[in-house]
Design a protein around this ligand. Structure first.
Ligand code: PLP
Length: 327
């Protein structure tokens, strides 16, 4: 493994020297930047064995990274909550993330963008050790992956069909949803249930009290009589796009209230939308088969927020998605 250094040359050259295939992305793996094919997580890594790891994920807009400091701050809260030491400061995590992105940008088409993700597990279980003993420190990965623009493009033309599965979101008293952990089984089981109903639908789970919470990678908002509502922060991940939507609502003079949202609120809403790093903001056209508003992909306030989002990031991300429908 060869580490990348800004002084000694590009990752492409160094990783290439250690066997990077043409067109292969690089990733940061435990102190070095290496070709992705050399990121070999041991099978006794606790992230793999138990989901004993946390992660975060931002994206680029027109190849520029979005709110990296905010994502890394959330990441360090997740790490603190589960008591994993990543072995580097937030500043170093930001710098390494930017390094990995820089090294991978030449591989990206002009109209494509990346997810940029950080993952830290508690490390590799010590063979013969007791439950908490690891063979070394935590395992750290920083990676880039192209955004799934084509498969999601139709969501902006049609709107999302939300399905509420029977399975409930893990309650905060069991494991706080505010930490972005590798334990996605609860969300995956819920999504499988929604997909069994309709492969195109997106699951939004109720919490154990019967109020809307979140989906596998998204937060939800409803709009009624000009006011935006979203679930209380204790029951959901503090989405960076959720925060961004709240900031943008203030800019366009739409009040936002965090409250318990039940199925009555959801099905009688004038507009509903989801937020996520990849989606930014995407309108919902139905909830549990009930048409939202006039059934159009997004209502007027949702559209105004989408425009404000594009203005904020200085990039027409919705156009970027919609263009994929023509391919
Ligand atoms: N909720 C969950 C469970 C998620 O995994 C995500 C995605 O990261 C979100 C919400 C949305 O968060 P963000 O807007 O930061 O992508």
């Amino acid at each position: 493994m060869t580490s990348l250094s800004a002084e000694t040359g590009s990752a492409e050259t160094e990783a290439g020297a250690s066997g990077r295939k043409p067109g292969e992305r690089v990733a940061y793996f435990n102190g070095a930047i290496v070709p992705e094919s050399e990121v070999r997580v041991p099978f006794r890594d606790r992230g793999f064995k138990y989901g004993d790891a946390v992660f975060d994920m931002t994206r680029t807009f027109g190849h520029r990274i979005f709110k990296i400091e905010e994502h890394i701050a959330r990441f360090y809260n997740s790490l603190k909550y589960v008591q994993i030491d990543p072995g580097m400061t937030q500043k170093e995590m930001v710098a390494h993330s930017e390094e990995v992105l820089e090294a991978n940008l030449p591989l990206l088409g002009p109209d494509d963008d990346y997810w940029v993700g950080q993952r830290v597990s508690r490390g590799v279980d010590l063979v013969g050790g007791d439950m908490w003993e690891t063979a070394g420190g935590s395992s750290v990965i920083i990676e880039c992956a192209p955004l799934p623009l084509k498969p999601r493009a139709r969501l902006y033309r049609d709107g999302i069909d939300v399905w509420i599965p029977a399975i409930r979101r893990t309650p905060p008293e069991s494991l706080s949803p505010r930490a972005k952990s590798h334990n996605y089984l609860n969300l995956i089981m819920a999504d499988n249930e929604a997909k069994a109903h309709d492969p195109e639908s997106w699951a939004i789970l109720l919490d154990t009290r019967g109020f809307l919470s979140e989906g596998i990678g998204s937060n939800i908002f409803t709009i009624k009589d000009g006011v935006m509502y979203t679930p209380h922060p204790q029951y959901v991940l503090g989405g960076i796009s959720r925060e961004t939507a709240i900031e943008l609502a203030a800019k366009i003079d739409v009040p936002v209230v965090e409250k318990d949202i039940d199925m009555f609120d959801a099905t009688t809403a004038d507009e509903v939308f989801l937020t996520s790093t990849s989606l930014c903001i995407c309108g919902v056209r139905s909830v549990q088969g009930n048409q939202i508003g006039d059934g159009s992909p997004h209502g007027p306030i949702t559209r105004a927020l989408m425009d404000a989002y594009a203005e904020l990031v200085k990039y027409d991300w919705m156009g970027q998605y919609l263009k994929r429908l023509e391919e």
